[in-house]
Ligand binder design. Structure first.
Ligand SMILES: Cc1ncc(COP(=O)(O)O)c(C=O)c1O
Length: 414
């Protein structure tokens, strides 16, 4: 069955063993998408969408913050564009893709993750594969959708998976392949690069190896929420999209762009998958204020500023790591993972000096930091390979200074 809305044969799929129409759930493939008013016309006397002709009722006052005033100047009583093509065009250009038909926009990448599961994986019978420790929403969305989860843990030292330095997390490609071959109901493989909480990039060669694995008929989703924070060149899987139609790369404006509040996530993928996501999403998922801010964030001037803030944060990441190293004699381990994101993960060890990670002490320090010192980090000690660990987001210079001072005090006393 062809994909509704996609010109047949315009977009060949690769590799040969991948057939997009076999990955998409039959009910989704057969879906006649809702045609919303703004799909047809967006100019003129608009009496087609039951909007409020008199506009919003927020009093206009000069006392309002300028940013609120500028938000109110948007046509807030009108439904927004269902497609937001100008944003897609800027994102396609930024990431080196041929056009807007390779770009889908969601309410954060969390919506992208949920939609991918909904369109590909049948509740009750089919599964996704994840590689713990990893971002928690893959499993949560799977559970919400009554979809099974197969787990193939990352390897810590790189001696079983692709080569990596000691302490780095790498995908156990051979085990992923084994799991796929053993269970044809796995439709999506979620890989996070740089990983959360590992901070570690997945090499493009590992990705290729899974994408080319003939037993896998599904889609590899590479979550690149933190990709702009790596200093490694050509690390993004977006460069593989022209070779592989069974790849979907998700990104977000929440991290490097500093726009977590506006909720804009992106899927870069083969136009067939993009069309399916478009056919399935809620008609006006991306709001007008979000779209307006996203467009502003994608101007050349904004991109320059973003790049300079990323340099500041990557330098601060180095300062944070060095500051944490100085605390090692007080029972702190070396940071784990590869630090390619805007956070670091560090194990808290037993006070006795045994060198062993200590979840009880880590939890105590984590809670005291938050409840008595007003510094909130994330406890990750329950994740595989992360015993005793807390994850610390790279803050401003001042925030890092406070964190290090408070950590020192608590490591001395707890
Ligand atoms: C790996 C990863 N993916 C996705 C997200 C969600 O991003 P968004 O704000 O775009 O929904 C997060 C948020 O922390 C994340 O860590």
């Amino acid at each position: 069955m062809p994909i509704l809305g996609l010109a047949p044969d315009r977009y060949p799929t690769r590799p040969a063993h991948f057939d997009i129409e076999r990955v998409i759930r039959p009910n989704i493939l057969a879906l006649h998408p809702y045609r919303c008013a703004r799909d047809d016309y967006s100019e003129g006397i608009l009496l087609d969408a039951n909007e409020n002709a008199l506009g919003h009722s927020i009093p206009l006052s000069t006392k309002l913050e300028p940013e609120i005033q500028s938000a109110l100047s948007l046509d807030l009583h009108r439904y927004p564009s269902p497609t937001h093509d100008p944003i897609k065009a800027r994102l396609a250009e930024l990431r080196g893709l041929p056009g807007i038909d390779h770009v889908f926009l969601g309410v954060g990448s969390d919506e992208v993750i949920d939609l991918l599961i909904r369109v590909c994986v049948a509740p009750g019978t089919e599964k996704i594969l994840i590689t713990p420790p990893t971002y928690g929403m893959y499993s949560v969305c799977a559970q919400v959708n009554d979809v099974g989860v197969v787990k193939v843990p990352l390897v810590l030292n790189g001696d079983e998976g692709e080569g990596g330095e000691k302490g780095r997390f790498s995908v156990n490609v051979e085990e992923v392949k084994k799991a796929i071959s053993a269970d044809p109901s796995i439709k999506l493989v979620f890989l996070c690069s740089p990983g959360n909480p590992t901070g570690t990039l997945i090499s493009l060669s590992s990705l290729r190896s899974i994408l080319e694995y003939e037993d896998f008929k599904g889609i590899v989703v590479v979550d690149e929420a933190y990709i702009d924070f790596t200093t490694q060149e050509n690390a993004s899987a977006v460069s593989l999209l022209h070779e592989y139609s069974n790849l979907c790369v998700s990104q977000t404006l929440s991290k490097s762009f500093g726009l977590a509040a506006i909720r804009l996530g992106i899927a870069f993928a083969h136009p067939g998958l993009v069309q399916i996501l478009m056919n399935t999403k809620a008609p006006y998922n991306v709001s007008a204020p979000t779209a307006s801010l996203a467009l502003s964030a994608l101007t050349p001037a904004a991109l320059d500023l973003m790049t300079s803030k990323i340099s500041t944060l990557t330098k601060a990441r180095g300062d944070l790591i060095r500051g944490l190293e100085e605390l090692q004699p007080l029972g702190l381990g070396a940071v784990i993972g590869a630090n390619d994101a805007n956070f670091v993960v560090v194990p808290i060890l037993e006070k006795s000096g045994s060198g062993k990670p200590d979840n009880v002490r880590a939890q105590k320090i984590y809670k005291t930091l938050a409840e008595q010192e007003g510094v909130v980090v994330r406890y990750r000690g329950g994740e595989p390979g992360c015993a005793g660990c807390v994850r610390i987001t790279v803050g401003s210079d001042e925030e890092i200074k406070v964190l290090l001072t408070k950590m020192r005090e608590l490591l001395q006393t707890l």
